[in-house]
Design a protein. Structure first.
Ligand code: SF4
Length: 247
């Protein structure tokens, strides 16, 4: 056993429990899409606000009777349909290429068969397709009707994990998936892993802001080296004028 890894697992569990108490677990699933539709939704959502990617997803649904029709559509038309997302000119051809790859590799335009695989095998199958990374593969397995025990990590989740020291300062989102998953109990259910992702993401959105984290009201402060360092700097800054006055 690695004591440092044990410490990080204990910290990951403490963070999970505190944030679950704050945000209320179990968190209801926000999607009930089949896995192929979840893949489309997830690809649209990259670096895009939820409202915009949701609008683009609905626009695709309204324009094409099924995902096969999207593959066959003129790419500029797909690009115009998803115009509200970030980088529609890249996402339109990528969506078509990825759906085409699913059909070629599986022999049908469906991902329902992934439910018969274990999580590592299902993730490896998805990630073998160019353009699908760990975040997308985990989202397809976790958020879709497959409800498989995979841990997605988005930018908010990643920021909180980094600031609390669960991952190092140079670990990027992709590699952080395996590290953060390994810190949690191997037998955790799909719901428990979904909760873990959701509460860390919510905490990044509502307290551990990108520019000015609200450490003063954060229930993780005593566990967080970043928050403690900020508090130390604030205290030193507050004491400075008094010291100057005294001299
Ligand atoms: S103490 Fe501050 S930096 Fe740490 S998790 Fe809380 S808000 Fe983020």
């Amino acid at each position: 056993m690695d004591p440092a890894a044990d410490d990080l697992s204990a910290k990951a569990l403490a963070i999970h429990r505190r944030l679950c108490a704050l945000y209320g677990c179990p968190i209801p699933y926000f999607h009930s899409l089949d896995p192929l539709s979840e893949l489309v939704s997830s690809l649209l959502s990259h670096r895009t606000r939820n409202a915009e990617s949701g609008r683009a997803f609905k626009a695709l649904r309204a324009r094409y009777p099924d995902w096969a029709a999207l593959i066959d559509a003129p790419t500029p038309e797909v690009e115009a349909t998803i115009a509200g997302v970030t980088w529609p000119e890249l996402k339109a051809p990528r969506l078509q290429a990825i759906l085409r790859a699913v059909r070629e590799r599986h022999g049908a335009l469906s991902l329902d068969f992934l439910g018969g695989l274990d999580v590592p095998a299902a993730r490896a199958w998805l990630e073998a397709i160019p353009g699908i990374g760990p975040k997308t593969s985990a989202a397809v397995l976790s958020f879709s009707t497959l409800r498989m025990p995979a841990l997605p990590v988005d930018s908010h989740h990643h920021r909180v994990a980094q600031r609390t020291g669960l991952i190092g300062p140079r670990v990027e989102v992709g590699p952080s998936h395996a590290i953060l998953r390994a810190q949690l109990p191997p037998g955790w259910s799909a719901q428990a892993l979904y909760d873990n992702h959701e509460v860390l993401m919510l905490h990044g959105q509502r307290c551990c802001f990108h520019r000015a984290p609200a450490c003063g009201r954060c229930p993780l402060l005593d566990l967080c080296p970043t928050g403690l360092a900020r508090r130390g700097r604030d205290a030193a800054a507050a004491a400075r004028p008094a010291a100057l006055t005294a001299s």
